[in-house]
Design a protein around this ligand. Structure first.
Ligand SMILES: [Zn+2]
Length: 336
């Protein structure tokens, strides 16, 4: 348990995780009619309205449906290494064409799916294909540059996300993020805003701290870094949460610095699990009762070829983790 976090949350009632968890035993007969049983923990996650079936033995099953993958010819003309090849913000957006801060650059998504749908390249001066190679300062520059564009657009809802690897839907390998500046939150953020206000998140974090799932707490900015108890999207989730700020675009320099510090750590931890991941940003507006947060979610690694981890159950809001959240938290602590 992190004592500074416990002290900060001393007046908060911890979420009752025991009431959200049940254990079941599933019994099966193998082809020779030998009984096999599996112990599965069912954990509800009220913020997302999802459920995790923590099933540690499941990944040992036989996987037949894989396929060989042939990469295309290596890219030697990466557009993200050359600002002249990138799209620009159009005059209608009220923005300049491109913005640079040290090695970070931002410009419009070529195929924008919203009025302001931007790309952030955290370091465009080097062809960075592995986010482990980004420095703390490069994370800070990228995050602050997007915050700056968000402020310029005066949009209330600004959120910054990353896709890494082709199973996470990244099209270009040069590591980058995408952001939306809109009049309303993205749909999943809106859903959690109904279920989870600031008080809810603090109570959740307090319970997770009691469970030893909190990895670090930045006392100055009240930014917390934890392993999710009931992953809503993937096998595991790392979460970076600003307990006193609902909105990415309104993060202070110190909060950006804390987020960058934990982003830098989280990509190292997640790369131990997979070389494919997404970063989701749940960001509300300044006057919303909410906690801005990022969820770092591994997708199935390329070592298991085309096999995916997300199937029908995940689409139905039920994840099936084979990684114990507490084991991940212990391993992550050993890494730092
Ligand atoms: Zn490049």
């Amino acid at each position: 348990m992190i004592n500074e976090l416990d002290e900060y949350l001393k007046d908060v009632q911890a979420a009752d995780l025991a009431s959200l968890e049940t254990s079941i035993t599933s019994n099966v007969l193998d082809p020779l009619e030998n009984p096999i049983s599996f112990n599965i923990k069912l954990r509800k996650n009220p913020a997302f309205g999802t459920k995790s079936r923590i099933d540690l033995e499941r990944e040992t099953r036989r996987v037949e449906l894989t396929a060989e993958l042939k990469p295309r010819a290596l890219m030697n003309d990466c557009m993200f290494c050359d600002p002249k090849k990138c799209a620009n913000f159009a005059p209608e957006t009220g923005l300049e064409k491109q913005y640079i801060q040290n090695k970070a650059i931002t410009f419009s998504n070529w195929y924008a799916s919203g009025i302001i749908h931007g790309i952030i390249v955290y370091n465009y001066t080097t062809h960075i294909t592995n986010p482990i190679d980004l420095s703390h300062e490069e994370w800070v520059d990228g995050l602050s540059l997007v915050r700056k564009i968000g402020k310029l657009t005066k949009k209330k809802y600004v959120s910054l996300h990353n896709n890494y690897g082709l199973k996470a839907a990244a099209s270009l390998e040069h590591f980058h993020g995408q952001y939306h500046c809109e009049d309303e939150p993205l749909a999943m953020t809106k859903r959690t805003m109904k279920n989870a206000d600031k008080g809810y998140w603090k109570s959740w974090v307090k319970a997770l701290n009691n469970m030893n799932l909190v990895l670090d707490f930045d006392q100055k900015t009240k930014t917390v870094f934890f392993v999710e108890w009931s992953p809503a999207f993937g096998k595991v989730e790392l979460v970076i949460m600003n307990l006193e700020n609902p909105s990415f675009v309104n993060l202070s320099d110190d909060e950006i610095d804390a987020v960058a510090k934990y982003m830098h750590r989280s990509v190292r931890i997640i790369r131990e699990i997979s070389d494919q991941f997404n970063v989701l940003n749940f960001s509300a507006a300044l006057d919303d009762n909410y906690c801005n947060h990022f969820r770092i979610i591994p997708r199935a690694p390329m070592t298991i070829s085309l096999k995916a981890w997300q199937g029908y159950l995940e689409f139905m809001g039920e994840t099936v983790p084979h990684i114990d959240p507490n084991k991940l938290a212990d391993a992550a602590r050993d890494m730092s």
